[in-house]
Write a protein that binds this ligand. Structure first.
Ligand SMILES: NC(=O)c1ccc[n+]([C@@H]2O[C@H](COP(=O)([O-])OP(=O)(O)OC[C@H]3O[C@@H](n4cnc5c(N)ncnc54)[C@H](OP(=O)(O)O)[C@@H]3O)[C@@H](O)[C@H]2O)c1
Length: 395
């Protein structure tokens, strides 16, 4: 796949800020208007002053860049993005709003240039949080967001979709305001809407691109035919779907199409919603009232206890190499250079750990060893309950 390559700028190292910053200066701007990350000094200058301090200097600087998509609608971003959903939605108790704003800014300060949110997260409040946090970095980072769930007067209508052109336009206008940006860098359809032909969806986003309100188009959880049909109407920059060591389905019929068409891939829930991070135990419960893991079969108490076996395998692989299970899980995803994972975190130490996963020295034969070790594990439970599974489009 010649359109998607990783820029190998000098490795990130603790306290090697100056050297890495010089490399960043050489990084080209994100196609379509978002500038490169700039130097640490430049980015500090742009900040609202919320994230500085010795602690943030200790974070590694993420200097590696990857390109999602190809041609006019390609997008150069940091090799690892940041999934912002869990900052206030669906991942249980999170630190207060100001702390999350500081964390998002710390990610931006340290080289993350792709932040992912959606109208449905909150709903609306996650976009508001991300918009406020990243306002000082406008033009230096890219925010991706999504349309397609039905939200009426700020209330999420469970199981209902809405990708009618008029709704896509409405969401775009409102998201622009919440995100405090002039254009949405990457606008995904969150779920395929069987009521609206994907050509109409792609065409509407194409019109928004021509009007300058959106820069690029993406799709989530769709099948190969839908990708082809949409791409023919409006080139797709990235497909975002679940993909990690406990869910490898996209490898079968999605990856070949993405490689053929030069489309990037953004794996969501790359740590399987924290399970692969190793912080859960058989006693962990998701009963905060703000956690969808409560509804996911793989996280039901009996299933979770069995599924945690996988964490031991990751740890066994990571320990002799001096890396954590979470880094193993992210490093495995990063072995393909057209993939940009978007792990979410509420913690500075996890952010640091995740950023460091970009520069692991693990050879492809070693990843095979990990895959072989995992092949013997039976994963218990479906990834989604039936209602959500129905929204995953296979064609
Ligand atoms: N398109 C879609 O339909 C869709 C669906 C779901 C998600 N997404 C996107 O994908 C993003 C990420 O997904 P996600 O939040 O579901 O799952 P994830 O990134 O796989 O996991 C997040 C969880 O992992 C924990 N974690 C992060 N780093 C860790 C580390 N180094 N060690 C141990 N635990 C760690 C976090 O806890 P701490 O806070 O304690 O670090 C958090 O609870 C979302 O923010 C959203 O943008 C998209």
């Amino acid at each position: 796949m010649n359109s998607v390559k990783e820029r190998m700028v000098p490795d990130m190292r603790r306290r090697s800020v100056l050297r890495a910053a010089a490399a960043l200066m050489a990084a080209p701007a994100l196609a379509g208007g978002v500038a490169g990350a700039g130097t640490v000094a430049e980015r500090r200058g742009a900040s609202a002053g919320g994230s500085e301090g010795k602690g943030s200097l200790d974070l590694p600087l993420l200097t590696r860049r990857r390109t999602l998509g190809s041609g006019r609608f390609s997008m150069e971003v940091s090799a690892l993005g940041f999934g912002a959903m869990g900052a206030n939605y669906n991942r249980g108790v999170s630190p207060d709003r100001n702390a999350m704003i500081r964390l998002l800014r710390q990610a931006a300060e340290h080289g993350v240039t792709l932040f992912d949110t959606a109208q449905a997260y909150g709903p609306l409040t996650n976009e508001e949080l991300v918009g406020e946090a990243l306002a000082p970095y406008r033009g230096k980072v890219a925010i991706s967001t999504k349309f397609g769930h039905r939200i009426v007067n700020g209330v999420y209508q469970a199981g209902k979709l809405d990708s009618r052109p008029e709704n896509i336009r409405r969401v775009a206008e409102a998201s622009l305001k919440r995100l405090k940006v002039d254009a949405i860098e990457l606008f995904y359809q969150h779920r395929f809407d069987p009521e609206v032909p994907v050509e109409d969806v792609a065409g509407t986003v194409g019109d928004l691109i021509r009007e300058g309100k959106v820069r690029r188009f993406g799709l989530c959880e769709v099948g190969p035919e839908t990708i082809r049909r949409a791409h023919a109407e409006q080139p797709v920059t990235a497909v975002q779907s679940e993909y990690h060591l406990m869910w490898r389905e996209p490898e079968k019929d999605i990856f070949p199409v993405l490689e053929e068409l030069g489309i990037g891939f953004v794996p969501y829930s790359p740590l399987n919603r924290g399970l692969l991070g190793g912080d859960m135990t058989p006693y962990t419960r998701f009963d905060s009232g703000n956690d969808n893991r409560d509804t996911l079969p793989r996280f039901a108490p009996e299933a979770l206890a069995k599924n945690l076996m996988i964490v031991e395998i990751l740890n066994r692989f990571g320990r002799p190499r001096g890396i954590t299970g979470a880094q193993v899980a992210l490093g495995w995803l990063l072995r393909r250079d057209w993939i940009v994972p978007i792990p979410g975190t509420t913690s500075l130490s996890h952010l640091e750990e995740n950023i460091r996963a970009v520069s692991l020295a693990v050879r492809s034969e070693e990843w095979k060893e990990l895959e072989d070790a995992l092949a013997g594990v039976t994963i218990v439970g479906e990834r989604y309950p039936l209602e959500q599974q129905r929204q995953i489009w296979k064609n």
